[in-house]
Design a protein around this ligand. Structure first.
Ligand SMILES: *Cc1c(COP(=O)(O)O)cnc(C)c1O
Length: 433
């Protein structure tokens, strides 16, 4: 038995059997989705767009929602529960009095935390009789997770992938195909909306908002297909709460508790999944925790404005009250492409508006965050996804502040994925041979 405990994992029997839904615990009711003043009702169409059970969960006021037993088994198959590590080597290297802990979502079979909701959505879609799933993907992590979920559930899967990323992530594309998915660069000529852009410019770089519009349109014209979304929505954050629920139990086993909870944020699913079970403790049990969302300067949506906006480029979704940069905004390219989304989940947005969540945005060239990821690899040994490098950079920044102030803060951060399919990005930014 090693003398110093460097990781804690739960027994399968201790894996959470319910997800945490924060809606009833929020400081005020979440502003509901709205329809735009003109055009047809998007809200009335939601049952055509979303899986029935997910739509129910989206507006549920039950604090705890059972994870179906069969799905618990699938989570187990996917490697859950996942460990929480104490970053002793990194602490030593930084010479900080802070205690650092990281959650190992990088043990995911497809490379990211997104499997937690992909497996749930595929499970419900199968139960409801659908034959095919459609979706969009930006960085490719969500497309891969859903391809995997679909394969395990025996469903087909169609992925519309933002062309600018599709073009350089060939290995990830092949991985989706190995899972049996059909993958199109977006904008494509597969949908009416895609065609309007594709025909004008076949090299159109695309955007997540455009790809969402294509995925939705593709599902709409096939009664056996249903669209799936990998972030932003309430039920997605709830599925992801398994990350934070496990982490809380693991902190107990370490006999510790975080002062700071950190993760990267694009649409809010990994940040929400990791942090919301701790936000519960702040709202309901008087705990004091500082939450920090790490973002990119190309998409600092939490520094945008808090207002109603569309979730997609083509304005097919209802309006959501969220921090947004505008649904047709142009964002520069980054390797941590999963952080490139114009808006932030309504739940996190409300909490930000009420002052519970801080945010930091890192420079577009990504040298700073990737250097921090390199330090993490060289001390802890695990290669993070480019997005997760933002969590790591933020945690290291806070640990260095502790060194300066002498504070022994406990810092928990989530490493949302691994970077084995993103080495091209590291090579380009860090100038590796
Ligand atoms: C998609 C993704 C993110 C960002 O998305 P959120 O919705 O904010 O969670 C972060 N990390 C990884 C590895 C991802 O795949």
């Amino acid at each position: 038995m090693p003398t110093k405990q460097r990781q804690v994992n739960l027994d399968v029997k201790e894996m959470p059997t319910q997800w945490y839904n924060i809606l009833p615990d929020l400081p005020e009711p979440l502003p509901p989705p709205q329809d735009p003043q003109e055009g047809e009702s998007r809200i009335k169409k939601l049952p055509e767009i979303l899986i029935g059970e997910c739509l129910k969960q989206e507006f549920s006021n039950e604090r705890w929602i059972d994870i179906p037993e069969e799905l618990q088994e699938i989570y187990h198959q996917a490697g859950r529960p996942r460990p929480l590590f104490r970053a002793l080597n990194l602490e030593k290297k930084l010479d900080t009095p802070a205690r650092l802990y990281y959650k190992a979502e990088f043990y995911s079979p497809t490379g990211s935390h997104k499997v937690n909701t992909a497996l749930a959505q595929a499970y419900y879609a199968k139960k409801e009789g659908y034959k095919r799933l459609t979706t969009e993907t930006g960085a490719g992590q969500w497309g891969t997770a859903l391809s995997y979920g679909a394969a395990l559930a025996g469903l087909e899967c169609t992925v519309f992938w933002v062309r600018a990323v599709y073009s350089w992530k060939q290995d990830r594309r092949s991985l989706m195909e190995l899972y049996g998915a059909e993958v199109f660069a977006s904008p494509s000529d597969e949908t009416e909306f895609g065609k309007t852009l594709y025909e004008k410019n076949p090299d159109h770089p695309g955007s997540l908002g455009i790809a969402i519009s294509e995925g939705m349109e593709d599902a709409k014209k096939d009664s056996e297909a249903i669209y799936c979304l990998g972030s932003v929505l309430n039920h997605v954050l709830m599925h992801q709460s398994i990350i934070g629920l496990e982490t809380k139990k693991e902190f107990e086993k370490f006999d510790d508790y975080p002062d700071l909870v950190i993760s990267c944020l694009g649409g809010g699913s990994n940040f929400g999944g990791f942090a919301l079970p701790f936000v519960h403790d702040v709202l309901k049990e008087g705990k004091k925790i500082k939450f920090i969302a790490a973002q990119s300067e190309v998409a600092p949506n939490l520094q945008g404005t808090y207002r109603y906006d569309f979730a997609d480029y083509a304005e097919q979704t209802p309006l959501l009250k969220m921090y947004t940069l505008g649904h047709q905004v142009d964002m520069g390219p980054i390797r941590g492409d999963g952080l490139r989304y114009h808006g932030c989940s309504p739940i996190i947005s409300l909490l930000r508006d009420k002052g519970y969540i801080d945010t930091v945005a890192y420079p577009q060239d990504e040298k700073y965050v990737f250097e921090k990821a390199k330090l993490f690899i060289q001390t802890e040994g695990y290669l993070p996804a480019p997005e997760s490098a933002y969590s790591i950079a933020c945690a290291i920044d806070e640990a260095i502040k502790c060194k300066e102030s002498g504070e022994k803060k406990v810092i928990g951060f989530n490493v949302s994925g691994h970077g084995f399919l993103d080495i091209v990005g590291y090579r380009a930014v860090l100038g590796l041979k």
